[in-house]
Design a protein around this ligand. Structure first.
Ligand code: MG
Length: 338
């Protein structure tokens, strides 16, 4: 049993600006390699600044792992429980370990990851591609890049100084369905309500995380007024958060890097369905590795937003392929990264 890690600081295609005021040109990623019984597997931790993880916290977390215990014949549930018990937080490196073990289990059973988790490729939703907060003169280029990549739905980051102008500008170049993600950037309910009606008129079909993550009260008020469904992202990270947010939103955004990986993501899907919530599968700025891991469970979701590899300027793996707006699931065993 052996685990090693490679730390990367990958450049983004464009500086990525969000409604919470952050902007960055690179993103921190750790690629995990795992070897057990002669089979090697790969996982990924993608670390946006807001989750508080970095290459140092990844090294510190990995140092806690008891490889002698992990060498035992464990189920994926036992591995999840053990890894999650080591330290609180650290959800991205926990996800990297979860992804690598899923890759490993799939390879040992000579299955693709999708076959291992038991989803149907027939049910794959189309994925959105993302436009960050962008100066108006650059909108045309951003829209063209997404259309050329093959996206059939666009997610727009709002919460900047010119939300309406951005949407109006995008509408000059495409009539594709839009979703919007405010990343906690809106301040008052009245403006948010007006915006939700205006956005509905512009063909926007989903509104994500309008207010700061603690302000569930305003999310609930907007949900009651808005003609577009309101989703929680930053407000809902793990399984235990769902019950707290469920009364205030129409749906939640589930991401592997927030919820420690595929094992808990599937539990979140089941819980959200039981509570009548819509579910969206999201991503961080991540490579094909985490994207393929997410893709294996994507058929379980109403909406899919896993465009990480297209936000990166370069990455160590082969770029996924989009056909008819859907990202193709690899057919080689395990994760399918090359
Ligand atoms: Mg979001």
């Amino acid at each position: 049993m052996n685990i090693s890690v490679q730390h990367l600081n990958l450049p983004l295609r464009h500086p990525f600006t969000l409604g919470n005021g952050s902007s960055r040109t690179h993103t921190a990623i750790s690629i995990l390699s795992l070897e057990k019984n002669g089979i090697t597997a790969t996982g990924e931790a993608a670390m946006p600044p807001y989750l508080g993880e970095n290459h140092e916290t990844v090294d510190a977390f990995l140092a806690k792992l008891d490889l002698t215990y992990l060498q035992e014949d464990l189920s994926i549930g036992e591995i999840h429980a053990y890894v999650d018990s080591l330290h609180r937080g650290n959800s991205a490196i926990k996800a990297a370990i979860d992804i690598a073990f899923h890759d490993w289990f799939a390879k040992t059973q000579n299955k693709t990851l999708r076959q291992l988790v038991g989803t149907s490729a027939m049910d794959m939703p189309i994925s959105t591609g993302t436009i960050g907060i962008t100066p108006i003169p650059d909108i045309n280029q951003k829209v063209n890049e997404l259309l050329e990549a093959g996206f059939k739905k666009i997610k727009v980051k709002l919460g900047g100084p010119a939300d309406r102008e951005m949407i109006q500008s995008i509408r000059k170049y495409t009539d594709l369905p839009l979703t919007v993600d405010i990343n906690q950037g809106w301040k008052d309910l009245e403006t948010a309500k007006d915006m939700s009606f205006w956005l509905a008129d512009q063909g926007v079909i989903l509104l994500e995380q309008p207010f700061i993550k603690e302000d569930l009260e305003s999310m609930g008020r907007l949900k009651a007024l808005s003609p577009i469904p309101v989703f929680a992202d930053e407000s809902c990270q793990r399984l235990s958060d769902i019950e707290c947010v469920q009364a205030y939103v129409d749906g939640i955004n589930i991401k592997l890097m927030k919820c420690t990986g595929i094992y808990e993501a599937i539990q979140m899907v089941n819980t959200a369905r039981r509570l009548g919530l819509q579910i969206m599968l999201g991503c961080m700025t991540e490579t094909s590795c985490a994207t393929y891991a997410a893709l294996s469970i994507a058929p379980l979701f109403d909406m899919v937003d896993i465009d990480g590899p297209w936000i990166l300027k370069e990455q160590p793996f082969k770029q996924p392929i989009i056909e008819a707006g859907k990202i193709l699931i690899p057919t080689t065993t395990g994760l399918g990264i090359q």
